[in-house]
Design a binder for this molecule. Sequence first.
Ligand SMILES: *Cc1c(COP(=O)(O)O)cnc(C)c1O
Length: 405
Amino acid sequence: MPGFEFFGKEEIKEVNDVLETGILMRYGFDGPRKGIWKAKELEDAICQTFGCQHAQLVSSGTAALTTAMGALGIGYGDEVILPSFTFVASFEAVISVGAVPVFVDVDDTLTLDPQAVRNAITPKTKCIMPVHMCGSMADMDALQAICEENSLVLLEDACQSIGGTYKGKKLGTIGDAGTFSFDFVKTITCAEGGVVMTNREDVYIASDGYSDHGHDHKGADRGADLHPFIGYNFRISELHAAVGLAQIKKLDNFLAIQKKNHSVLKEALTSIPEVSFRRIPDESGDSCTFLSWFLPTEEVTHAVVAELKAQNILAGNFYWFVNNWHYVSKWDHLKQATTLNGLHPDLKAAVMHHATKDFSASDAIMSRCISTAIGLTWTDEQLKTKGEQLVAVIKKVLREQKVSV
Ligand SMILES: *Cc1c(COP(=O)(O)O)cnc(C)c1O
């Protein structure tokens, strides 16, 4: 799954290029940097690889979401619809720009249920933010149609699905803007980093300034730049970009390995009729970082997780339903609006409203779902063993619980 599994001499070479000039910043110092522009080079490679017009690198995936929201004009008084199953960064970004996160149910795609999105639209809704969780995609045709009908902005959090596609288009390049994370456990890594991708020039120009103190990058030097609006510092460093530049060249290889290992593991689980799989709106576009599968009931799922743990083979199998990070049921800090700085009272009330909101439709999905992370370095033998072990555990539990579906 993560690119760090293949860290090697290519990354070291790119980083050394930067260390030899000593220019660790992505802007300026045109003479001393001797033609080394790793961040610019990586942005070009991202546009080429993913087929988007513009890419703005930043310091993290969270910074990318925050920058995209700033660039799309999302802030006070706006509601952003996002799924109940996501990484906390998605809502951190919404709250940080002063907008209201509105969580809605996921369906068996593990992403936004389009009908739940429709039901959540109010006059304040400004943006729909699908999160392409665990390597695979949301139903983009349905969500795009909703955005068009209601004049809403579409922002894709594609941080977990680098290289995935939907009907031939790369995830993250379909909406008004999309983001990747290059943190240490993502499909390709910069150690820390992220990117805003867009086909809208206005969004790109705004992202470029927003992530660098509002600099317009038009002056003869930084001191001569103008500041058309207030920005922040979400810059990536040349060292981080250098790592990413080596990694992006390995992406096709990572994806090919993931696809192969994913299909072998899926084949093994298919032998159990009680196991079903995540619905994938465009099966051929799955980046295959995870295999996500369902058991018939919550009780059986708990028992399978307990048995995996007892046999010491739980690692790499994620039961998000009880995980503190990824599912709404455990986000107590969100539901209590526990922030260090004060929030606008309207925002605070709207955030706290989630403490009593009904997520039973999401619970019915997430309580039965396990995602198995797909390794890049597994040998054929290890892969075979993993499949056999999983199948044996599931069959044992089903036998013990005498489940029939
Ligand atoms: C990792 C991740 C992020 C945030 O990325 P960071 O680079 O860790 O800040 C945002 N959204 C999702 C879905 C993620 O998985």
